[in-house]
Design a protein around this ligand. Structure first.
Ligand SMILES: [Zn+2]
Length: 101
């Protein structure tokens, strides 16, 4: 599907819920709205993703296993083939893609 090192960055502006149902918060400053989350689309494991808040704090978020984002991208592929094709075109060209959410 994509090269191994291609990354998709989720640009979160209004918070994100973890698998425990609670809103993700920065452990350093408590930020709950603005984060970036960088994922490798093919990585569907249970390891946590790294989240960076807008104040540049970085942490491994155990409430967001990598499979959550793999499933999100699989849903885009199934429900919006045009968006999926565009995402893969950009990944092939630049190796990265940013999604606002
Ligand atoms: Zn922070």
């Amino acid at each position: 599907m994509t090269a191994a090192l291609s990354t998709v960055t989720f640009d979160v502006r209004a918070g994100v819920l973890g698998v425990d149902g609670a809103r993700v918060a920065c452990p350093h400053c408590g930020e709950r709205d603005r984060f970036t989350i960088r994922v490798v689309p093919d990585d569907a494991g249970e390891a946590p993703v790294y989240v960076r808040c807008w104040r540049d704090h970085l942490w491994a978020e155990s409430a967001l296993p990598r499979r959550v984002f793999a499933e999100l991208l699989a849903r885009v592929a199934a429900e919006d083939p045009a968006a999926w094709a565009e995402l893969n075109r950009v990944l092939a060209e630049r190796g990265s893609f940013t999604v606002g959410m």
